[in-house]
Design a protein around this ligand. Structure first.
Ligand SMILES: [Zn+2]
Length: 65
């Protein structure tokens, strides 16, 4: 089962929600106010498993070879 992270750009609150992040889910989340500070600055991102343990300086980019 996948899940995604919802984060508030205003106060920094973040939490995880179960389910897959569809376009509908994204819009639904972003149209709601933050439960903590009430700002409409929520954003969501998919949680990628196996993303931990990597060197933070190493950010693979999708660039042309
Ligand atoms: Zn907030």
């Amino acid at each position: 089962m996948s899940h995604y992270t919802v984060a508030c750009a205003s106060c920094g609150l973040r939490w995880q929600k179960p389910g897959s992040l569809s376009a509908y889910e994204g819009q639904s989340v972003e149209s709601r106010p933050c439960p903590s500070c009430g700002a409409y600055t929520l954003g969501c991102a998919e949680v990628r498993p196996a993303a931990r343990g990597r060197r933070s300086a190493e950010r693979p980019r999708r660039a042309a070879a």
